[in-house]
Design a protein around this ligand. Sequence first.
Ligand SMILES: NC(=O)c1ccc[n+]([C@@H]2O[C@H](COP(=O)([O-])OP(=O)(O)OC[C@H]3O[C@@H](n4cnc5c(N)ncnc54)[C@H](OP(=O)(O)O)[C@@H]3O)[C@@H](O)[C@H]2O)c1
Length: 294
Amino acid sequence: MHWNAVAERFTPPARLAVIGDPIAHSRSPQMHNPALKACGIEAQYIRVQVPVGQVAEAFRQFAACGFLGVNITIPHKFEALDAVDVLDPLARQLGAVNTLAIRDGKLYGYNSDGPGFLRSVKEVFGVEVKDLRVLILGAGGGAGRAVAVQSALEQCPRLVLANRTAAKAEALAAEVAKFSPKAEVKVIPWTDEAVAAEMAGIDLVVNATSLGMKSGDTKLLPAEALQARHLVFDMVYRAGGETPLLTDAKRAGAKVVDGLTLLLHQGAISFEHWFERPAPLEEMREGLRNAVMT
Ligand SMILES: NC(=O)c1ccc[n+]([C@@H]2O[C@H](COP(=O)([O-])OP(=O)(O)OC[C@H]3O[C@@H](n4cnc5c(N)ncnc54)[C@H](OP(=O)(O)O)[C@@H]3O)[C@@H](O)[C@H]2O)c1
């Protein structure tokens, strides 16, 4: 592919991108392009589909074409770890790279999902993760790992992990315990009974699975297990609607955060890495709001 020719075909020219496979669903351009415009930056943010196994080659092409940065989404966040020149220590701990900054041809890898999770909790719930007892449903994938490690790094007092494939949650628990020696870290079987029995000792419930995106997806936990004092964070976002978890949580009187809020804050942190200035959060929020309505 003639990447230079493709990048220049855009007005303003493409200098930022999100890569994934598939990628057509990504709302990141609708969030970042208004931010670039608001800051008077003559660049455009585009989607690029990159097949598995070609992340390092894609990064090289982006650098050769004068790109400033790239976001990395499913399934490339792990492959990206080995494709950068300089890995940020937090990205190493979180085990994934979702933000690439290209400076003087050198590739710097960051993770903004973990810090974006912290900012979302702070903005919407007005509390710090360090003060919360956290339950993660789906502690087997990249998102669950980022939230678990970030919560442990914050020294949250209690971390309970559940995953369909229990062995993955066990492995994560062993790793997470190293970051937070004082916290109680526990793995529970993912059954309605086991989850319900834990809820009295939990403040924040996080869905880190992909369940809830489609109607008909299995319920994550029995609705009766949720109470008004719970904070519920669904990393999933659903175009044109709310996930069943958030519907159940609101009915119980609980406070909720959706995946769009996380998308916003992780995007803002990526922007800060690229431009070393605060992101225009309200323009990004407005862009996302418009994107989910179309
Ligand atoms: N809003 C945002 O900005 C943002 C950021 C990051 C991620 N996310 C979302 O978070 C979700 C997870 O992402 P990821 O990167 O962690 O994906 P992943 O690496 O593919 O992990 C998927 C997780 O979901 C579990 N899972 C999948 N299908 C399941 C089912 N039918 N029943 C029970 N558990 C199931 C998996 O369990 P097993 O281990 O048993 O397979 C695993 O724990 C995605 O929906 C992603 O879009 C959102």
